[in-house]
Design a protein around this ligand. Structure first.
Ligand SMILES: Nc1nc2c(ncn2[C@@H]2O[C@H](COP(=O)(O)OP(=O)(O)O[C@H]3O[C@H](CO)[C@@H](O)[C@H](O)[C@@H]3O)[C@@H](O)[C@H]2O)c(=O)[nH]1
Length: 268
């Protein structure tokens, strides 16, 4: 019998996530095997992109493979970082519908079937959003993380119509991904970068509300350095999107300054 074609790829960036890998993979496939799953489990692959964690993740994935799960692990030894790990996963994906999610179970694996099914030739980007009406954040999510998340979201508002461009739970169709040039491989905000550089139109974004949980095992890698990288990325994206307006604004401001200075000198 021929093997079913893989149409869907789930990419999981992972650094020191061994404790989360087994529950993540088994819960994804359990959800896909439910009778009402809109996506058949045998058309889905899971790709873990690990940055040489050396914590038993490789052996863990091998034992899941022996149990019949379609999961593989890419171990990077010369690169580090969430965004570049996601891009690597997208490049290696077999499926045309590619989903990205965290390893730590904050993105509930039970949403994977509907997130995958939401992508189509007309909806080329699917966004798991925490900012939809009626969605509640997990009450254990710390206040400082809520403040950071809301602040970061506010700063990105002029760039996109997406309600949660900071989300790490998103999917993109391969043809849209391939349109993006010069993706930022630094930092955490790959979804925002893709939305802008792949020129995703507002009507091509399908939003799926979900409730953001708390990390199951291990620690967050979101540091002050990552936040500074985000500000750098924002500056780059503002320039990318609004360079024409920024140049016009600077020219008008300089002309206005010269005019004010001249009027001042004449009246002096
Ligand atoms: N390969 C690799 N994976 C990484 C790296 N850094 C983080 N990851 C993986 O990327 C996922 C998210 O990292 P966390 O450290 O758990 O991030 P977070 O603080 O929970 O932030 C999440 O929520 C934010 C929204 O508040 C999201 O913006 C962010 O993208 C992420 O999803 C996890 O699976 C983690 O192992 C890295 O350098 N390399």
């Amino acid at each position: 019998m021929s093997r079913p074609t893989i149409h869907y790829s789930v990419i999981v960036p992972a650094y020191k996530e061994n404790g989360n890998i087994r529950p993540l993979v088994t819960r994804i496939y359990n959800a896909l095997r439910q009778y009402d799953s809109p996506v058949p489990a045998d058309q889905v692959e899971v790709i873990i992109v690990d940055d040489n964690s050396r914590d038993g993740s490789v052996e863990n994935v091998q034992s899941l493979q022996q149990e019949g799960y379609n999961v593989r692990i890419i171990v990077r030894t010369t690169e580090r970082g969430l965004s570049s790990a996601v891009v690597r996963g997208f490049q290696e994906a077999v499926g045309d519908n590619m989903l990205c999610m965290d390893a730590d179970l904050q993105h509930p694996p039970e949403y994977v079937p509907s997130m995958l099914a939401a992508m189509s030739p007309s909806a080329t980007f699917v966004l798991g959003t925490r900012y939809a009406k009626g969605v509640e954040m997990d009450k254990d999510w710390p206040l400082y993380r809520r403040v950071i998340s809301s602040g970061a979201r506010l700063l990105a508002l002029p760039l996109t119509t997406a309600s949660d461009p900071m989300s790490g739970f998103f999917g993109v169709r391969k043809e849209a991904f391939l349109k993006a040039r010069n993706l930022n491989s630094q930092g955490f905000k790959i979804a925002l970068d893709l939305l802008i550089k792949a020129h995703i139109a507002p009507q091509a974004i399908a939003e799926v509300p979900f409730s953001f949980g708390v990390r199951a095992e291990g620690e967050s890698k979101l540091t002050g350095k990552v936040m500074i990288k985000y500000l750098e990325q924002l500056a780059e994206l503002y320039w990318y999107k609004f360079s024409f307006l920024i140049v016009i604004f600077v020219i008008v401001a300089v002309i206005a300054l010269i005019w004010v200075a001249q009027s001042f000198l004449e009246s002096a």
